[in-house]
Design a binder for this molecule. Structure first.
Ligand SMILES: [Zn+2]
Length: 275
């Protein structure tokens, strides 16, 4: 019986424990998040600890820091801790993800390039997005834990990619949540609104929230915006409503998360949808 119990433990729990990354307690008091492609991790550091990720020093807010990994991040990563003249390097091996890939062949070669008259508007939009995402504030909303911004059927997932006639399209970096037009969209954690544009070419109504230390969330295809740039929001505040504006085929929220240049999988950050 004992043997059976230990076998049970091995089979049932090992796959989970194997994914946990144990960080040295001299430097890290606690941690949350996933060391995975598309994952984001918050570290609660001991006093006077400094951290570098692959040689680059990470900024902190009150002894807390955050790091993230993109869709195709290399699996081998190095975390270096320094404190009071001592240091320790931890070699991480990220969890590898497999993404939904669709190949659609035999399509007539269609022009999907936006018309020339839309180019100035697209260029203006890219500039606004880039400037908003370059903001690295000392907000600490990223430590709160994220909740789903709205409720609905998930119709698109992070990382999926289509190939048309063998040609790769851009991977999908958001999570698509289908919901009726007008459904409230809530801030998933507190932060400051850094972008609130009602009519972007691709995204339609678009809002960005900065959650501190370069963690940004984005909400696309919004019907109406309820916030302005510079406004502070708390987790659960209504920031907008679901719509189908911009390049969209039906009412849904496309929710995206960024850490610096890395695109994070929102589904890894937020637990199940609210009831
Ligand atoms: Zn989408």
């Amino acid at each position: 019986m004992r043997r059976l119990a230990s076998l049970f433990f091995f089979v049932v729990f090992m796959p989970f424990t194997a994914l946990a990354v144990e960080l040295p307690r001299d430097y890290v008091r606690a941690q949350s998040g996933a060391f995975s492609q598309g994952g984001m991790v918050v570290l609660y550091l001991t006093n006077n600890t400094q951290v570098k990720l692959n040689g680059e020093r990470l900024p902190q807010v009150d002894g807390r820091t955050v790091l993230g990994f993109g869709r195709d991040a290399k699996l081998a990563q190095q975390l270096e801790f320094q404190r009071k003249g001592k240091s320790q390097t931890v070699s991480l091996s990220l969890k590898k993800r497999s993404y939904n890939i669709q190949r659609i062949d035999g399509l007539p070669p269609a022009m999907v390039t936006p018309p020339e008259e839309a180019w100035p508007r697209i260029a203006r939009g890219s500039k606004l997005k880039k400037a908003a995402r370059a903001i690295a504030s000392q907000d600490d909303g990223f430590t709160e834990g994220f909740v789903w911004p709205t409720k609905g059927r998930v119709t698109g997932v992070y990382g999926s990619q289509r190939f048309y006639n063998g040609e790769a399209r851009r991977p999908h970096f958001g999570i698509d949540i289908a919901a009726p037009r007008g459904t409230p969209v809530m801030a998933p954690a507190s932060g400051t609104v850094t972008l609130a544009e009602p009519d972007m070419y691709f995204e339609g109504g678009l809002v960005f929230i900065d959650h501190g230390l370069s963690v940004t969330s984005a909400y696309m295809h919004l019907d109406s915006l309820k916030v302005k740039v510079g406004q502070k929001v708390k987790r659960g505040d209504v920031i907008a409503t679901v719509g189908s504006t911009g390049r969209s085929t039906g009412p849904h929220l496309d929710w995206r998360m960024f850490w610096r240049g890395a695109r994070i999988d929102p589904a890894l950050l937020a637990r199940g949808q609210p009831d």
